[in-house]
Design a protein around this ligand. Sequence first.
Ligand SMILES: Cc1cc2nc3c(=O)[nH]c(=O)nc-3n(C[C@H](O)[C@H](O)[C@H](O)COP(=O)(O)OP(=O)(O)OC[C@H]3O[C@@H](n4cnc5c(N)ncnc54)[C@H](O)[C@@H]3O)c2cc1C
Length: 489
Amino acid sequence: MNQHVVVIGAGLGGLECAYILAKNGLQVTVLEHDKQIGGCLQSFRRGNTLFDSGFHYVGGLREGESLHGLFKYFQLLDLPWLMLDETNFDEVVIGSQSFPFAFGHQRFAETLSQFFPHERKGLQTFVDTLKKVGEHLPHTFSPQHADNDLSQSLFAQSAYDFLCNTIADPLLRKVLSGTSLKMELSRETLPLYVFAQINNSFLQSAFRIKGGGQQIADRLAEIIKNEGGTIRTQSTAVAVSETPDNHLQVSLSNGEQITADWVIADIHPTSAVQLIENSQHVKPVFKRRMNTLTNTFGMFTANIRLKPGTIPYLNRNLFIHRPQADLWQVRTDTPQSVMVSFYPEQDALDLLTPMRWQQVQQWADKPARKRGEDYVLFKQQTVEQCLQLTEQYLPHISSSIDRVFTSTPLTYSHYTLTHQGSAYGIQKDWHSPLTTVLSPRTPMPHFLLTGQNLNLHGILGVSMTAVITAAQILGMDTLYQQLDVKHWN
Ligand SMILES: Cc1cc2nc3c(=O)[nH]c(=O)nc-3n(C[C@H](O)[C@H](O)[C@H](O)COP(=O)(O)OP(=O)(O)OC[C@H]3O[C@@H](n4cnc5c(N)ncnc54)[C@H](O)[C@@H]3O)c2cc1C
């Protein structure tokens, strides 16, 4: 009988692990709490408009780039990807000034050198460093651990120090940090690895998907099922325990129990350790450690349906910042920055701004849609503040709106049980990489972790991590061959 693996959570990480294991002949059951799979990849429809709840774009999808080899393996390359504008895929707006990000490392450095000729050398060092980190990515999958020395040392370095040591001009530092709603910029904690690996992939190339991020989840699910795997929605895992014959038993909220040889939790580590019951292997100190990890910020999103024909589609993202904004510190009073992302072939766009759990915590005990007038008012005020920022660039935005749908960190915590509604999971800290960059292994034998809380968040990070988690069962030699890593660059 093939080994049975239960995967808790049908987010990208859980689905990719299930894909790898099902393809390798293991019996896989994926349990998803929500009625829809995908986690942060979920798309949803309001009338005729299809919105995304989380994911908006990916980097490094072309041959030889960071995500290409992984998405080739996961059979995701033929989805309807839409390349963003090569010479301006992200535009950073600070007050009345505007700076285009071009993709291709040299073109990126050259474009910004025209605005900052005195920083030509610094920009070259900046792109060279990012490129080097990106080129090292395939070594992550090397069966020889020694090859991972560079990632380990970059996890122990400060992203902010790197930026300050490389670039002297404060405005250019701000511009180079200006698209980083993709991660939580924090002077005190952000490791250089996270900053460099994610930014590098977008400097290679950038793509949106036509028709919603849900297609990524649906494609993986289809293949898992074709390989004999099972995906069950509205199935919440509430406990994992060891059986006397060295198996694991997963209990569901409906009282059902499933026996497995391995369990993979694609959920927040705090939630994962809460599931562990009666384990002689898991000491309280491990649970305490998981419970005290800090989370990154959550996100406020305004999904906006526009009146037809009012604002033309932009094939780029806008990152609009208040002139005085300190991009390396999240403020919790008024939004300092907003990301504007358009939907291809629809009259719609999203506004996103960071939001901390503390800002919404007072409504956490109330059921969804019954959180009261003050919560509704809070969301309306946040929409208005985001619109005011956006008006600097799109002056007619407010009069162009047909409907607005909003989500806060509470929405994530409700639909995907994400701890504190955190957008990118555990905050990695360069001072203590050994405790904040988690291993897929837990002290409970055969109970593994995966997903954005481990090495790196985002589509690239979660895909890398899924391979590393699945390798705990299959061995990295096997996956190194299957991924065809030797031919990636
Ligand atoms: C607003 C926002 C915008 C983003 N934009 C981008 C972007 O543009 N590009 C990019 O690369 N990344 C982006 N990201 C990040 C990226 O989407 C995530 O890093 C990634 O999708 C996380 O995948 P995951 O599998 O780790 O977790 P999740 O997507 O959170 O999946 C976890 C799943 O587990 C389920 N679950 C939880 N508890 C249980 C339980 N007890 N039993 C059963 N199921 C359970 C949840 O319902 C969920 O489906 C964005 C994230 C957010 C929040």
